[in-house]
Design a protein around this ligand. Sequence first.
Ligand SMILES: Cc1cc2nc3c(=O)[nH]c(=O)nc-3n(C[C@H](O)[C@H](O)[C@H](O)COP(=O)(O)O)c2cc1C
Length: 257
Amino acid sequence: MGAALRDALAAPPPAPFGNRVRLMLLESFDEKKRGGEKLGTYGFIKGAQNFLVGLVHESQHCMEDFGYVFEWAVLVATDLGLATCWVGGTLKRGAFANAAGAEPDEIVPAVSPVGESPGRRRVFDSALRLLAGATKRKPWSELFFDGEFGDRLAKDDAGRFSTALEMTRLAPSASNRQPWRVVKQRDVENYHFYLYRTPGYRKMTAVDLQRIDMGIAMCHFELRAGEKNLPGRWTFEQPDIGNPPKGTEYVSSWVTS
Ligand SMILES: Cc1cc2nc3c(=O)[nH]c(=O)nc-3n(C[C@H](O)[C@H](O)[C@H](O)COP(=O)(O)O)c2cc1C
């Protein structure tokens, strides 16, 4: 499968917070031929032999950067007609890190099997998706705000950035929790990204999946803005935005001014 994908993975985009994310494709990965080391996904993914694997050194904002770069890779694979699925919760991280030749302190926050799509969903898969509420996304009114938290941002008021926000809304997230919230600055085309944590979720896995989700959201927003030739860049200075719900954490801002 891999030449085109492998070439692309060798030159990922720079991550917004400046962490280095390494990407690789583990191909024809037959667990039994690897001295018994199991690259398991605990039975959630069956028969996959090819995995997209990402590595990052643990440091501040490494999870947002990982999410941003790994989602870029997932979209490249999708463009090449390959099927993917983020796996960040149910994988043997150590086994993937060994197989990928991880450097000291480098971790594997998530992987994705890559392969041909079987075309139709199997019953187990459909049931899982239903369980995860996978086909649903939160409405604009819960995610996007105008000036301050609580004041809804209507699609029309987002003007030329409305499809960038729509692509953010449709992004994948761990357990489909969609923890991103975006506040448009009043009278200016600056968009401030916040993490609204799902209570109790963080402790469920070794890595902070909802920070990965934030990177995914930033990736979708920026790629769509780029497609539409819209101006802007990421900054990380917390603005003075009113009424943040308790527990909301500032992450980044897309600024045009
Ligand atoms: C960071 C992250 C981790 C994920 N981990 C898993 C996982 O461990 N197992 C799994 O089956 N799906 C996992 N997913 C897939 C999500 O459940 C899926 O993207 C979400 O439910 C939305 O589904 P959809 O994009 O197909 O609509 C993960 C997604 C993300 C973004």
